[in-house]
Design a protein around this ligand. Structure first.
Ligand code: IPM
Ligand code: MN
Length: 370
């Protein structure tokens, strides 16, 4: 199969983890005889440096002409003082909006080998496997007006605005997912306070009869935050508005041991999608070759699965990640305070790629005899 992938490494560790992800993509190519044409483009701070804007037209064009987009991370202290309209994050928000990527899937799955890496008790995190579906192109992030007012600019306004049809789209996506999983949908809102949340709840209840086998639960966001820590196993699919989803997904990442492990997919109604790790550009460790590349690698697997329909290929990448963790490979973020040998980004990638080689098992057996 031939596919074109727009590759936007971005800033900080974005570049480092993307280099690794591309090696994994190459390994999939070799293994299955696919052809992935990679088109690189700038986004975020690096795009401000090269083009004066965090989302150049060329970048958007490259994405639109591709079958999927891989993104590393954006932002960093270097661009702290640029005007708000061109901050690196604007590149990320802009690309989500321009490409119509309304549905953000953030799977939260603990790896058996990493149950020790979570700061929470093993009994709490064991077997956790759910997906947060975050609405990505509406709500507080995009509502107008958003401005400073008053004689001395002493008033600041953001607007939480949703149209019914925006909510319907993302809620349907979540129901679809739940109906293919354990058939439980938790809708998270703040309906005891917010008008937009009351409408959100109404939409969920209107769509629910179309999915009679899916059990629906409504949770207030504060209660959801508490239950994520105290009983995370009760969740299967959680759907929520943009900012609640942003906050809850960072919280939930700690169940898996590290934010560095989490992939995400940002989807529109067709197969097209943008895939990025949930972590940011981590300026504190950028350039040191220490970053955990597995969130990015697992994002590649999500791309193979969702945009290209390559289930076997995606399974293979995910299995390779699982296996190297099982054999004890750890980047610094996964080591916690245990005394274990720590691998650098490149070593982790080499291990994943090695694991994906068709004759890996055989060569191991042969090596034992030689
Ligand atoms: C995320 C990030 C972004 C967001 C920032 C960088 C704008 O935190 O993808 O979760 O808030 O959406
Ligand atoms: Mn976030």
């Amino acid at each position: 199969m031939k596919k074109q992938v727009a590759v936007l490494p971005g800033d900080g560790i974005g570049q480092e983890v993307m280099n690794g992800a591309l090696e994994v993509l190459k390994a999939v190519e070799d293994h299955y005889g696919h052809q992935f044409k990679v088109v690189q483009a700038d986004i975020g701070g690096v795009a401000i440096d090269h083009h004066g804007t965090p989302l150049p037209k060329e970048t958007l064009e490259a994405c639109k002409q591709s079958d999927a987009v891989l993104l590393g991370a954006v932002g960093g202290p270097k661009w702290n003082d640029v005007p708000v309209e061109i901050r690196p994050e604007k590149g990320l928000l802009g690309i989500r909006k321009e490409l119509g990527l309304f549905g953000n899937l953030r799977p939260i799955k603990t790896f058996e080998a990493l149950v020790d890496a979570s700061p929470l008790k093993q009994s709490v995190v064991q077997g956790v496997d759910f997906i947060i579906v975050r609405e990505l192109t509406g709500g507080l992030y995009f509502g107008e007006p958003r401005e400073r007012r008053g004689k001395n600019q002493e008033v600041a306004v953001d607007t939480l605005r949703y149209e019914k049809k925006e909510i319907e789209k993302v809620v349907r996506k979540a129901f679809e997912l739940a109906s293919k999983r354990r058939k439980k949908l938790t809708s998270v809102d703040k309906a005891n306070v917010l008008e937009s949340s009351r409408m959100w709840r109404e939409v969920v209840d209107q769509i629910a009869p179309e999915y009679p086998d899916v059990e629906v639960e409504h949770l207030l966001v504060d209660v959801a935050a508490m239950k994520l820590i105290y009983q995370p196993n009760q969740f299967d699919v959680m759907v929520t508005e943009n900012m609640f989803g942003d906050i809850l997904s960072d919280e939930a990442s700690m169940l898996t041991g590290s934010l560095g492990m989490l992939p995400s997919a940002s989807l529109r109604e067709d197969d097209f999608g943008l895939y990025e790790p949930v972590h940011g550009s981590a300026p504190d460790i950028a350039g040191k070759g220490q970053a955990n590349p597995l969130g990015m690698v697992l994002s590649v697997a999500m791309m193979l699965r969702h945009s290209f329909g390559m289930k076997e290929e995606a399974d293979m990448v995910e299995a390779a990640v699982e296996e190297i963790l099982r054999t004890g490979a750890r980047t610094a973020d996964l080591a916690g305070n245990q005394i274990v040998p720590v691998s650098k980004t490149k070593e982790m990638i080499d291990l994943v790629v090695e694991q994906m080689k068709p004759n890996y098992a055989m060569s191991g057996i042969l090596a034992a005899y030689l």
